[in-house]
Design a protein around this ligand. Structure first.
Ligand code: IMP
Ligand code: MG
Length: 173
């Protein structure tokens, strides 16, 4: 039987995002900043983070698939949706829900660096460093978490649980 246990509450998420927003404002007082969310998991984080920042923000989406339906990476990365605009000469923050192996983001950062942004940084809500296979430089990190499979606040298991307000550990699946 599957069970859910709250790891990070909705309130904790919001207060951490306010801190990250203030940090981004200090680092980048002049906009616009392009915040690029990786579909689909980073949607909620993007929408809260963008509103926690006072510097003007433009939002974009990219689609990447590296995981199948299960809990483990297939090791393959595919671009399923590209940007609608050029980000050349702009400050860019890639917004991700969680960095695990680092395969997704190391691939994406290579792709985006070729687009010649003025700056290119990563904001991730969660960092699960235990199984890192590729180095990833994270500028804005919400929480470091232990090696557990988590769902909620955008994160899914086989497309379920994304709309939970808290981040929960899913076990027994
Ligand atoms: P990476 O390429 O291994 O760093 O994987 C990043 C992606 O894997 C994230 O964007 C998530 O979609 C997914 N992922 C990794 N760990 C978890 C987890 O604990 N819960 C849900 N999705 C996860
Ligand atoms: Mg994802």
């Amino acid at each position: 039987m599957s069970s859910l246990r709250v790891l990070i509450s909705a309130d904790q998420i919001q207060s951490r995002i306010r801190e990250l927003g203030a940090q981004i404002d200090r680092d980048m007082p002049v906009g616009p900043i392009y915040m690029i969310a990786i579909l689909k998991g980073a949607c909620f984080f993007l929408s809260d983070l963008a509103r926690a920042v006072k510097t003007p923000v433009r939002i974009e989406f990219m689609g990447i698939s590296s995981y199948g339906k299960g809990k483990t990476s297939s090791g393959e990365v595919k671009l399923t949706k590209d940007l609608d605009v050029s980000v050349e000469g702009y400050d860019v923050i890639v917004v991700e829900d969680i960095v695990d192996s680092g395969i997704t983001l190391s691939y994406l950062m290579k792709v985006l660096a070729q687009r010649k942004p003025k700056s290119l940084r990563i904001a991730t809500l969660l960092d699960k460093p235990t199984h890192r296979q590729r180095p990833v430089e994270v500028h804005y990190r919400g929480f470091e978490i232990p090696d557990e499979f988590v769902v909620g606040y955008g994160l899914d298991y086989a497309e379920d649980y994304r709309n939970l307000p808290d981040i929960c550990v899913l076990s027994g699946v």
